[in-house]
Design a protein around this ligand. Structure first.
Ligand code: ZN
Length: 274
C-alpha cells in the first residue's frame, strides 16, 4: 500500500477557545502546535491566521511570522489558505503566497452559500488570477472541493492551463452549503477525478471519522485537526491537534505507512522549500 499523507488543519478561521480551549490562535501558538503535530506524524500543515481578536485574517505579516517560526524547527510541508477572511480582497488573498512561496495553497474552486449565512465568493476572475499567481510563484494548488460543481470547474481550469496537472484535490464534506459527508458522495467525487490526480478528504464535525476511514480504504490521503472538528469522540473535546494526528497515525499503521514530509513532497511532486 502507498504511503498516506496526514495534513493537519490546526485552527481554521472559525472555531474559538470557547469551542475548544486547545485552538491555537497567535503565530507562536500555531507554530508550537504545528511542531507538535509534525513530531506526531503530520506531513502537511494547512494554515490560517487570526487577528488580535481571534477572527480569521489574511494578514501577510502574521503568515510570514508563523511560517518563519515553523521553518526554524521542522520540514513540514506548508499549505497556506487563500480563504481565511470572507471580506478580504483578491489581492490580500494572494499577497502571502508571493511573499512566502509555500509548497501548497488552498484553491477553492467555486462560489457557494456559506453556513446558510453568507457567501463564500470565488469569482471566475479571481480563480484565473489565483491559478496564474500560483504557477508564477511555484505554489501547487490544493483544490478544495465542497461540491461536485467545483470539481468540474477545476477540470476546466486544468484544461485551460490555469492549474497544472497532476492536480491535488481536498474533498471537504459536510460544510453547510456543500455536499453532505457520506461515503457515497466521497466515492462519487473520487470517480470524477482526472486519472493522474492525488486526493485527500475530510468530514466536518461528527462525520470526521467515517470519512477518514473511507478515504483510507479508498487509497486517499487524510486531513485532521481542530479547523474541521473540535471533538475526539462524542461529547469529548480533543485535547490537542496532536492528539488527533496521533490517533490517525495509529489507524494508518494498522493498514499501511504514514508519509513523512519528504514522502509527501514526492507524492505531490512539489520541491522542498526548507
Ligand atoms: Zn482552511
Amino acid at each position: 500500500m502507498a504511503k498516506t499523507i496526514i495534513t493537519v488543519a490546526p485552527t481554521g478561521a472559525w472555531p474559538s477557545k470557547k469551542d475548544n480551549p486547545a485552538i491555537p490562535l497567535t503565530p507562536r501558538e500555531i507554530a508550537d502546535d504545528v511542531y507538535e503535530c509534525w513530531q506526531a506524524g503530520a506531513a502537511v500543515a494547512h494554515l490560517h491566521m487570526r487577528d488580535a481578536e481571534g477572527r480569521g485574517s489574511m494578514d501577510k505579516g502574521r503568515f510570514i511570522e508563523t511560517v518563519g517560526l515553523i521553518r526554524e524547527r521542522c520540514d513540514i510541508v506548508l499549505n497556506l489558505t487563500t480563504s481565511g477572511d470572507l471580506n478580504a480582497t483578491d489581492e490580500t488573498r494572494m499577497a502571502h503566497l508571493v511573499a512566502i512561496k509555500p509548497e501548497l495553497a488552498s484553491y477553492d474552486a467555486g462560489t457557494m452559500n456559506w453556513m446558510h449565512k453568507t457567501l463564500f465568493v470565488n469569482h471566475p476572475e479571481f480563480l484565473e488570477k489565483l491559478g496564474r499567481t500560483m504557477i508564477e510563484n511555484g505554489v501547487k494548488p490544493e483544490i478544495e472541493v465542497f461540491d461536485s460543481g467545483m470539481l468540474y470547474n477545476a477540470i476546466y481550469y486544468i484544461k485551460q492551463g490555469v492549474i497544472k496537472a497532476p492536480a491535488h484535490f481536498q474533498f471537504v464534506l459536510g460544510a453547510p452549503g456543500g455536499m453532505a459527508a457520506t461515503v457515497d458522495n466521497l466515492v462519487f467525487l473520487k470517480n470524477l477525478l482526472p486519472a493522474e490526480a492525488t486526493w485527500s478528504a475530510l468530514g466536518i464535525g461528527a462525520s470526521h471519522l467515517p470519512i477518514l476511514y473511507a478515504a483510507l480504504a479508498m487509497g486517499g490521503h487524510v486531513r485532521v485537526g481542530l479547523e474541521d472538528n473540535v471533538f475526539y469522540s462524542k461529547g469529548r473535546l480533543a485535547k490537542s491537534n496532536a492528539e488527533l494526528v496521533s490517533r490517525t497515525v495509529r489507524i494508518i499503521q494498522e493498514i499501511g505507512e504514514v508519509a513523512t514530509p519528504a514522502d509527501a513532497r514526492a507524492i505531490l511532486k512539489v520541491p522542498a522549500r526548507v
